[in-house]
Design a protein around this ligand. Structure first.
Ligand code: ADP
Length: 219
């Protein structure tokens, strides 16, 4: 199974990415965690990106793309599956990551989009700040990360819709409910991907059930 995740900060990418990786026994490639590890170890790369992370800004594309190429090569050696968490974050990264994956013959089967509204995301990130002390979980930096998500990351979602690999999930619910829905959807997709080419599929939107029952839609 080859999955990439598109989600705003605080939607639960890391948690759900780990769940998917454990369930399918595939590597979890989380760019934010890899970058934070470089910063913690004060590697050359870590020193170069620390300022970007602290400010909640994207690090330069070539840095993450080189890192991801190495991780994908390792994933290929380990069997070919992966869950990518944290990349792509803009359209250039989406195209570049697609080309890298195509060259390695391991393009994503599913683009998993986690939806949640800004109020809930801000609450979750501030709650996490009290526990984890990430340098970017402050009010001002959270605002910047959410703004960047809306401006440059969210627009990629429709690109995956056009490619036929998009699955959207409502991430406003308790983490276990979201996880259960994700695994159910991915199990169905796993059965499907070898038989139905992406071009013949339609985006799957699991976020609108509540709307049918009179609730307001997540954004
Ligand atoms: P979150 O989604 O909560 O912001 P991440 O752990 O995914 O958390 O990312 C943390 C930070 O790492 C980002 O704010 C950014 O500075 C950097 N980062 C992670 N992935 C990328 C990427 N693909 N391109 C550029 N910067 C990235």
């Amino acid at each position: 199974m080859r999955v990439l995740m598109i989600a705003p900060p605080g939607a639960g990418k890391g948690t759900q990415g780990a769940l998917i990786a454990a369930h399918f026994d595939i590597p979890h490639i989380a760019t934010g965690a890899l970058l934070r590890d470089h910063v913690a170890r004060q590697t050359e790369l870590g020193r170069a990106v620390q300022r970007h992370l602290d400010r909640g800004e994207l690090v330069p594309d070539p840095v993450v793309l080189d890192m991801v190429r190495l991780e994908l090569l390792a994933a290929k050696a380990a069997g070919g599956g992966y869950v990518l968490d944290g990349i792509p974050r803009n359209m250039q990264q989406a195209r570049a990551a697609y080309l890298i994956a195509r060259e390695l013959d391991m393009t994503a089967n599913v683009a998993l989009h986690l939806k949640a509204d800004d109020g809930e995301l801000r609450r979750r990130l501030l709650a996490r700040a009290a526990l984890e002390h990430r340098s970017d979980d402050t009010d001002e930096v959270i605002r910047r990360r959410l703004a960047i998500y809306h401006e440059v990351t969210h627009p990629i979602v429709s690109w995956y819709g056009e490619r036929g690999i998009l699955v959207s999930v409502d991430a406003m619910r308790p983490v276990k409910d979201v996880g259960r829905e994700i695994l159910a959807a991915l199990e169905v997709m796993r059965a499907l991907v070898d038989h139905v080419p992406a071009g013949a599929r339609r985006p799957i939107d699991l976020t609108s059930l509540g709307v049918a029952f009179g609730e307001s839609a997540p954004v």
